[in-house]
Write a protein that binds this ligand. Structure first.
Ligand SMILES: Cc1cc2nc3c(=O)[nH]c(=O)nc-3n(C[C@H](O)[C@H](O)[C@H](O)COP(=O)(O)OP(=O)(O)OC[C@H]3O[C@@H](n4cnc5c(N)ncnc54)[C@H](O)[C@@H]3O)c2cc1C
Length: 479
């Protein structure tokens, strides 16, 4: 994976930069000791690493604005960071940039149950947004599996999703407004505690923009009343394709479960060893959760079980109480950790039309044999968001490159069948060089024109999202 050569001119300005930052920020906000900046050298795509020149951890939006003004003045690139759980390398720095992390900005600013909104600083973790309102019967719906750690900042930048987004939508469907600071240090409020903007939908531009347009410091989020109840059912099948076909049939029948999660044999085995959730010995399993009143739950489960029965399942297990429900979810929630225990892996993220699941799963199996690398599939099947986990040995020379090539072929397949390079993890550096498979150069130029408006000097999160050759003249313009 190629990154631009660092600018010596910028590296030479480190002392001046740190002096100026220390003059306006509390002492504990600026880190420049190389031993400490190493903690920020990567995100959860840990195959790629590069420590930044310095790290700034402000407490307020005003401090973010002052930091950005200084960096703009000195022509220093800035990489925004929430909790650093990106799987696409979105928060990885370059050696001539600084990290600007919002993790200390984690307050709840306002809670309005009458209008079902909450305003938070974006360093707040996803799960702790629900934590702030659950005692009053509310929750924040988007639920990335990393929700204990990931911040609302990164959720907005990546337009993150999660298991329950089949029913409630992803971040963009639950975000009402943001406070954002531009690279020039201007503070803008976009959207607010209301449904739709009267003018251009700039919120739609900001959500999913991967730190390219500004630093988001506050967010107004929709909160939802907790449903009366929810119950999952676990279905086991003797092939991936049959499980995929069952998902297509459920969606086609018009049932809208809150989640449909898929795991194949390698993931089932790994999670059984790790979490001992009591999963059946089968090729593929689905966890399908429905919610509502007891009557609504019964009605939906009946339809789902009837559809599943037509696919000859090897197991149909419904939870009857909260304990059984937790046991069904236990394995799925520990799947990524469990896979990490047995092997190095690269987690991919692409989206396909649900009806193509059986074909794509079959092709991934064939490609796995062609590349000689194992692959486990665990993903949000209801919305076609796939997460193949390619297993490789990071200590074996050449395996990472082979893994990258296999991953690229899977993502190209997603585009080929009418899907998309990303589902919820974003483009970052991971998929940057594949963007040409999804977009024409004119498409990419149109997207880069938008960045020109917000960040004319191209200092925010450099060398991400756009193929390096497409963005070269813009990135070099500010040198
Ligand atoms: C085990 C595991 C499971 C995961 N499961 C899911 C899942 O189910 N669904 C899902 O969608 N993702 C998932 N992820 C990926 C990741 O958690 C999400 O992308 C998450 O939203 C990143 O949030 P973060 O705060 O860690 O952001 P970071 O990793 O810090 O940054 C992510 C991106 O956001 C930008 N950014 C950060 N802060 C700001 C800001 N204040 N303003 C502007 N841009 C900013 C960064 O520059 C970067 O491009 C998972 C990751 C792991 C490790």
């Amino acid at each position: 994976m190629e990154m631009p050569v660092p600018s010596q001119h910028r590296l030479d300005r480190k002392s001046e930069l740190v002096l100026r930052l220390r003059a306006i920020l509390p002492a504990d906000c600026v880190i420049d000791d190389p031993m400490e900046t190493r903690a920020y050298e990567c995100d959860a795509l840990s195959a790629y690493r590069c420590p930044p020149m310095a790290v700034v951890l402000p407490y307020t939006t005003e401090q973010v604005a002052q930091t950005l003004k200084i960096c703009h003045d000195l022509n220093i690139p800035v990489v925004p960071r929430g909790s650093g759980t990106s799987l696409a390398g979105g928060a990885m720095p370059t050696s001539d940039s600084i990290i600007l992390g919002v993790s200390r900005m984690n307050d709840v600013l306002d809670t309005d149950y009458d209008n079902r909104v909450i305003r938070v600083q974006t360093g707040r973790t996803n799960l702790s947004v629900t934590g702030a309102v659950e005692a009053d019967g509310f929750f924040y719906a988007p639920d990335p599996s990393s929700q204990l750690a990931c911040a609302i900042a990164g959720n907005i930048a990546m337009n993150s999703g999660g298991a329950h987004c089949l029913k409630y939508g992803v971040t963009s469907n639950n975000l009402l407004g943001v406070r954002i600071v531009t690279m020039q240090g201007d503070i803008l409020d976009i959207g607010g505690a209301h449904l739709d903007a009267p003018d251009l939908d700039l919120l739609g531009v900001i959500c999913g923009s991967e730190g390219q347009l500004g630093i988001v410091t506050e967010a107004t989020l929709r909160i939802i009343h907790k449903p009366e109840g929810a119950l999952p059912v676990l279905l086991g099948f003797d092939s991936n394709e049959v499980a995929g076909a069952c998902v297509s049939d459920i969606i086609r029948a018009g049932v809208l479960p809150v989640a449909i999660e898929f795991m194949d044999r390698p993931c089932i085995r790994a999670t059984e060893d790790f979490a001992k959730a009591g999963y059946p010995d089968c090729e593929a399993l689905l966890i399908i959760e429905v919610e509502g009143s007891p009557i609504e739950i019964e009605e939906q489960l009946e339809k789902i079980l009837a559809i599943a029965a037509t696919h000859n399942p090897v197991e149909m297990r419904r939870a009857n109480d909260l304990q059984e429900a937790a046991r069904i979810w236990l394995g799925r929630k520990s799947a990524f950790g469990a896979m990490g225990q047995i092997n190095d892996y690269m987690c991919l993220d692409g989206t396909i039309p649900v009806s193509k699941l059986p074909y794509v799963l079959k092709r991934i199996g064939e490609m796995s044999r062609e590349f000689g690398l194992g692959v486990g599939n665990v993903f949000h099947a209801g919305d076609g968001n796939m997460h193949p986990l390619i297993l490789y040995n990071a200590n074996e020379p050449g395996e990472l490159e082979k893994c990258e090539a296999f991953g690229a072929e899977i993502l190209k397949l997603c585009v080929e069948v009418g899907g998309c390079l990303t589902g919820e993890h974003g483009v970052g550096i991971e998929k940057r060089d594949l963007m040409d498979h999804q977009f024409t150069r004119d498409d990419l130029i149109a997207q880069m024109n938008i960045k020109d408006v917000f960040d004319p000097a191209w200092l925010l999160n450099p060398a991400k999202v756009f193929p390096l050759d497409a963005s070269a003249s813009r990135r070099d313009g500010g040198m």
